[in-house]
Design a protein around this ligand. Structure first.
Ligand SMILES: Cc1cc2nc3c(=O)[nH]c(=O)nc-3n(C[C@H](O)[C@H](O)[C@H](O)COP(=O)(O)OP(=O)(O)OC[C@H]3O[C@@H](n4cnc5c(N)ncnc54)[C@H](O)[C@@H]3O)c2cc1C
Length: 461
């Protein structure tokens, strides 16, 4: 039996970051991973999707080049190369994590782990069974695609997000079931690459978690690009057809397509993890592992972090939980604050938000005001040829601080960082406008949105 201060199960952004921080602070740490380091984020999530989207972004730029006075001759899309590049980026970043593990003396064990006692972890490796004894254990096993009842992934025509990332080709047509973040990003990707897209959402709007104005703007933009958007629609059944798949929706709508991608949610990876045996509590509904504000489970030396806790399924939340947990194991009492987590959606156009949206502000009966400014009124937008979209701020009328910020438009995912910092630190609006923002940049939209809240806009009337 090998003894450790800390055994971490899962090397996704939650587990590997916890491992780096713990080892850096002197804990004898081992990270166990059954698959590849980096987890979903690096291998089947954030990084591969964004790498493919970068190829699509280059393609969109080529299509727009004429507007900028540049004639592009014949060009071709090389799908195999696009996917190869994605694989190369993933591999390079995996090597980066391996390097960090070695440099920081984080032990790494490849194998499937399960709890066999409150301080014991059994790992099935390629060469047998290893038993680890741990003062502390972190469960960071992540999540997997959720299957709709009665509709199994066949991995050929009925695909999960994992499957489509290995497609290596551009389908002629694709139905995307689920208009959340993942569904909308894939819609942007494949529509740019020339696939005929139908996106179907059960609820009233695409991106139902976002501010309704943002969702509506995205829907209009998608429709303009020829993406068929079906909201308030339920997938009833799927059957194979001559050329692919036939999907039947509510109100007898039938659509035929090459492929169907189902992205309707995630489920926690807790199967055969030994939770029952060791009596780690999980939620009855959904099975997510229960944790307190310090990320501790019901057992004092066992923690859970990342997607498996079902809190907010984002890589930066997972990593932040990892950092906090490592510090808490070392004796801190750090509490996690979920109130201003930036949410970035890498669609074309980009979307980003932090804090509450207007629907929530109304539900809470808050006394709020709004400051909204269009990208069209910025010099930078015209230089870049990207004039669509806006920033919308929700302001607490009592203390002039930000309750929520919502952006759709160019560089939204970068711009949100300033608003997250302002919100987390409860900056007053005048502290934002007193900060000089460089010209011409998209960042100028933030003080402009604040001026609009005060009814003192500079570049709109
Ligand atoms: C298509 C897609 C796109 C996404 N894009 C973004 C994005 O742009 N930005 C963002 O913030 N988030 C994004 N996410 C979400 C993000 O990937 C997850 O929130 C993040 O990966 C969660 O990290 P984690 O460490 O909790 O779990 P995971 O990344 O799921 O890692 C868990 C690891 O544990 C391992 N494991 C599980 N069980 C065991 C066991 N018994 N023994 C050993 N190892 C085990 C798994 O193999 C896995 O490697 C995306 C997700 C998807 C699916």
């Amino acid at each position: 039996v090998e003894e450790y201060d800390l055994v971490i199960i899962g090397a996704g952004p939650a587990g590997y970051v916890a491992g780096l921080r713990a080892a850096q602070r002197g804990l004898k740490t081992v990270v166990v991973e059954k698959d590849y380091v980096g987890g979903v984020c690096l291998n089947r999530g954030c990084i591969p999707t964004k790498t493919l989207l970068e190829s699509a972004r280059h393609l969109n730029a080529i299509k727009m080049a004429g507007e900028f006075g540049i004639k592009v001759g014949n060009f071709e899309i090389d799908a195999v190369k696009i996917w190869q590049r994605k694989n190369q980026v993933v591999e390079n970043l995996r090597r980066g994590i391996d390097y960090l593990f070695k440099a920081r003396a984080v032990n790494f064990l490849k194998g499937r782990a399960k709890l066999t006692g409150k301080n014991l972890v059994e790992v099935k490796t390629g060469s047998g069974i290893s038993n680890l004894e741990a003062k502390n254990i972190i469960l960071a096993t992540g999540s997997s695609p959720f299957e709709l009842p009665g509709i199994k992934f066949d991995h050929e025509r009925i695909l999960s997000s994992d499957d489509i990332l290995d497609l290596n080709r551009i389908p002629k047509s694709l139905i995307i079931v689920g208009g959340g973040v993942i569904g909308c990003e894939f819609a942007s990707l494949f529509s740019s690459l020339g696939t005929k897209i139908t996106i179907v959402e059960l609820l009233k709007n695409l991106l139902p978690q976002e501010d309704p104005e943002i969702s509506k703007t995205l829907e209009t933009n998608f429709k303009k690009k020829g993406i068929k958007v079906m909201t308030d629609t339920k997938l009833e059944s799927i059957a194979p057809s001559e050329n692919g798949i036939e999907a039947n929706f509510s109100e007898s709508t039938k659509i035929e397509s090459d492929l169907i991608l189902i992205c309707v949610g995630r489920k926690p990876n807790t199967e055969n993890l030994g939770l029952k045996k060791v009596e780690v509590e999980a939620e009855v509904k959904g099975g997510w592992i229960k944790v307190d504000d310090y990320l501790r489970t019901n057992l004092p030396n066992i923690y859970a972090i990342g997607d498996v806790t079902g809190k907010i399924l984002l890589a930066h939340v997972a990593s932040h939980q990892g950092e906090i947990t490592a510090e808490n194991i070392l004796g801190s009492n750090k509490v996690i604050d979920y109130s201003c987590v930036p949410n970035c959606i890498f669609t074309f156009p980009e979307i980003a938000s932090v804090g509450i949206n207007e629907t929530r502000a109304k539900e809470l009966g808050l006394d709020y005001g709004t400051g909204k400014f269009p990208f069209r009124a910025l010099g930078k937008s015209h230089t870049a040829g990207e004039v669509e979209g806006f920033v919308k701020l929700l302001i607490d009328k009592h203390n002039d601080t930000i309750l929520g910020a919502h952006i759709i438009g160019p560089q939204a995912v970068g711009l949100i960082a300033e608003l997250s910092l302002a919100m987390k630190n409860k900056l007053k609006l005048n502290q934002i406008t007193d900060t000089i923002h460089a010209h011409p940049t998209f960042s100028e939209i933030i003080p402009e949105a604040v001026f609009t809240y005060f009814n003192l806009p500079l570049h709109t009337v």
